[in-house]
Design a protein around this ligand. Structure first.
Ligand SMILES: *Cc1c(COP(=O)(O)O)cnc(C)c1O
Length: 362
């Protein structure tokens, strides 16, 4: 027996393939590869290093994420999607050559009053319907006029917006309206423009513009809830695997696990997998959620616990302790697991804990 705990096996080749696929779909756009939240759980430093030659820029959500990439030697421009929060951060952004997103007038005021050690590249973020952060379209001219007067801002500035509903095939009109709104607010007034997240890249070619900002698709996952990555030419980049650490004979009528939520309707064999919410596998995965063992699907049964999950192997078979179990990845899309758990695959891959081992294959 050669059992092991959870391993997140990351294929950097798949991530490169997925970036190439984004470029094929948007051949005239440059790419800001989004590596926020530890590259959606795939390891930001490894992913950024693997994409150094292919990505024109990287994008992250937090100042600390950008600093980590710089400290590791990433040289490309790094776009801080939510900008800076105070004068000190702004100064550090200029110093480290981060591009900053300006989404509110408070940031603009800081830019006007904070002395910087180097000129800074600004992306004005416009609210075209998400209504979360962003300058309203009516105030874009005012913001641009103030930005144009700031000497330490590289002129002209860039503009961006973020789609709220580009992943919903039935709501195309909403995204069309966002695109029109953005174009009207920025046409002829800015340098580079960027609108598209992965859903935009895949479904709204006319919005590809100067830069695309693919995130989830780089990791082989589609943003569309009814599809899987392979439907749009993507390859899953993460195999979450673990192993069987016990197999027991189980009688009809016996429950399994905490609270006895599942009772076996037949005599069977129960496999115990070294995976649980302590690894980031969702506790909410219900009985019936599939796993893959030796290429065959089996249903989870009973509660997922911190360290273990149980699977119904059926009355007969050749599975053995030590056999590898795939929780999601090649042959079992994370999108499918997400549907069982009532969430999105973004969350599954991003919320792994520090317990699994990360392994990288080229
Ligand atoms: C996260 C993010 C993206 C990438 O979105 P995906 O759906 O993962 O492709 C793009 N732009 C902004 C502003 C983001 O915050």
């Amino acid at each position: 027996m050669d059992a092991h705990g959870a391993i997140a096996r990351i294929s950097l080749a798949a991530i490169k393939h997925n970036l190439a696929q984004a470029k094929r779909l948007a051949p005239y756009a440059k790419v800001i590869a989004i590596v926020k939240a530890n590259a959606y759980g795939h390891g930001d430093l490894k992913v950024a290093a693997a994409l150094e030659d292919e990505a024109d820029m990287f994008g992250v959500a937090r100042f600390e994420e950008a600093q980590k990439l710089r400290a590791a030697g990433i040289r490309q421009p790094i776009l801080l999607l939510s900008g800076f929060l105070n004068a000190k951060q702004l100064q550090a952004c200029a110093h480290q050559q981060f591009h900053v997103c300006i989404h509110q007038f408070e940031q603009l005021a800081l830019l006007e009053t904070t002395p910087l050690s180097a000129p800074i590249t600004v992306w004005l973020k416009i609210d075209t319907g998400m209504h979360r952060i962003g300058i309203s379209p009516e105030q874009v001219d005012l913001a641009l006029s103030r930005l144009s007067k700031i000497k330490q801002v590289i002129q002209p500035v860039n503009a961006m917006s973020h789609f709220a509903r580009a992943d919903e095939p039935k709501q195309r009109a909403i995204t069309e309206a966002a695109i029109t709104c953005f174009n009207q607010a920025t046409h002829g007034k800015v340098n580079d423009r960027a609108l598209c997240n992965s859903a935009g890249v895949l479904a709204f070619p006319k919005a590809h513009s100067d830069f695309i900002r693919p995130g989830i698709m780089l990791y082989g996952i589609t943003p569309f809830s009814e599809q899987q990555g392979s439907d749009v030419g993507l390859r899953p980049a993460m195999d979450l695997v673990s192993s069987l650490i016990a197999i027991r004979q189980h009688s009809r009528g016996e429950p399994v696990g905490y609270a006895g939520t599942w009772v076996s309707p037949r005599d069977t064999r129960i496999g115990v997998i070294a995976i649980g919410y302590g690894d980031g596998y969702p506790r909410m995965a219900p009985s019936g959620t599939p796993v893959l063992i030796n290429g065959r699907r089996y249903p989870l049964v009973g509660r997922v616990a911190m360290d273990m999950a149980t699977v119904d192997l059926g009355p007969e078979g050749d599975e053995q302790v030590g056999d590898e179990v795939l929780l999601w990845g090649q042959g079992l899309p994370a999108e499918e697991i997400a549907r069982h758990v009532n969430t999105i695959a973004y969350e599954l891959v991003t919320r792994l804990t520090s317990r699994p081992r990360w392994e990288y294959i080229e």
